[in-house]
Design a binder for this molecule. Structure first.
Ligand code: FES
Length: 108
């Protein structure tokens, strides 16, 4: 299958990659970039466990192709840490309260 070149910014770092057009953003993040903070829960767009920010909008990365993120600015949960690597207040709050990622999936 022909691969497509994508360029995007993930957690403040420029990333260039070749991906198959059918590659989902969640698989690209987890398998090619080893960013495993976003999870695959339902894989059908219902639970929100895969949510990331794309250009300041939340998106379900299991419903988004990696090629759709070409040129975008993506923030995963890993990108929400403080500059010194410690947990941000948001991350610490979810850790203390056993939030599973961003809160979208908490009701589930
Ligand atoms: S894995 Fe459930 S919404 Fe994406």
């Amino acid at each position: 299958m022909t691969k497509s070149q994508i360029e995007l910014t993930i957690n403040g770092k420029k990333v260039e990659a070749l991906v198959e057009p059918r590659t989902l953003l969640i698989h690209f993040l987890r398998e090619q970039l080893n960013l495993t903070g976003a999870h695959i829960g339902c894989d059908t767009g219902h639970c929100g466990a895969c949510t990331v920010e794309m250009d300041d909008m939340s998106v379900k990365s299991c419903m988004t192709f990696a090629v759709q993120a070409n040129g975008a600015n993506i923030t995963t949960i890993e990108g929400m840490a403080n500059p010194d690597g410690t947990l941000s207040a948001l991350q610490e709050g979810f850790r203390m309260m056993h939030g599973l990622q961003c809160g979208y999936c908490t009701p589930g």
